[in-house]
Ligand binder design. Sequence first.
Ligand code: G
Ligand code: G
Ligand code: MN
Ligand code: NA
Length: 257
Amino acid sequence: LQLEGELRLALQRQEFELHLQAQVDARTGGVVGAEVLLRWHHPEHGARSPAQFIEVLEESGLIVEVGNWVIREACRIAAALLAKGLIDADSFTLCINISPRQFRQNDFVERILDTLKLAGLAPKMIKLEITEGIVIQNLDDTIAKMRRLCRHGVSFAMDDFGTGYSSLTYLKRLPVNLLKIDQSFVRDALIDPNDAEIIRAIVAMARSLGLEVIAEGVEQQAQLDLLQLQGCHLYQGYLFSRPLPLAEFSEVLRVRS
Ligand code: G
Ligand code: G
Ligand code: MN
Ligand code: NA
C-alpha cells in the first residue's frame, strides 16, 4: 500500500522516464526499431525496474494512467527522433508494452489513435507488445481492438512468446506480425538442447504463419550465431545495447547512421 502511494506521487512528480533498447537486424547491423521500457527514478532508492512495481500498478489500476503517459511519451520520443533525422518513418518501429488492464479499457483504441494524431505520428511507427495473458482474458474483445488499430496501421507483437498459453489457434486468428522469443529460452539455448529446440520450433512456426520473429535477451555472440543458424535475424539484448536514456540512444543512432 505504501508502494501504491509512492507510485501515485511518482506520476505527479514526473519521476517516470522511458529508456530505449535497440532492435537490430543482424544481417545488416541496422537498427530497425526500439522497445521503450519504463523506469522510475525514486527520490531515495534511485532507478527502479518495473519488475519491482508493475504488478502494483496493475492491481491498483494506476497502470491506466501510467500506461497513457507511456504512450504519449513514446510518441513524443518518436516524433523527436524523426525531426532530428535520426530515424526513418519507413524503416523504424517503436515498440510499446501494453498491460492487460490497460488493453481492456473501453477507450483503449481511441486513446492510441488520438495520441498518435496529437503527436503527428504515422500509426505504422508504433508496435504494441501484448502478452498471451491479454489474449486469453477475452479473445473476442482482443481481436476486435487489434483489428481496429491494425486498420489504421498500428502493428502488434506477441511478447514473452513461449512462456504462456502459446496456442496456434489464437495466433492464427490474431493480427500479430511479430513474435518475441522470450529471453529465458535465449539465456540457456547454448547449454540446454530443449531451449535451442524451442527456439527452432518458434522460428518455424513464425515462418509458416508469415510472422516476423525477434529474439530477446541476447547477450553473447554465440547465442546470436545459434539464432541466425535457426533463421532468426532480428535481436534485442545487451550484446548490442542495454536500454538507454533518450540522449544515449540518440547517440547510438547517430554513430551508426
Ligand atoms: O526493463 P525491465 O527488464 O526492467 O522490465 C521488466 C518488465 O516490465 C518487463 O516484463 C517489461 O515488459 C515490463 N515493462 C517495461 N516497461 C513497461 C511499460 O511501459 N508498460 C508495461 N505494461 N510494462 C512494461
Ligand atoms: O518482458 P519484456 O520482454 O518486455 O522485458 C524486457 C526486459 O528484458 C527489460 O526489462 C530489459 O531490461 C531486459 N533485457 C533486455 N535485454 C536484456 C539482455 O540482454 N539480458 C537480460 N538479462 N535482460 C535484458
Ligand atoms: Mn516487451
Ligand atoms: Na519479453
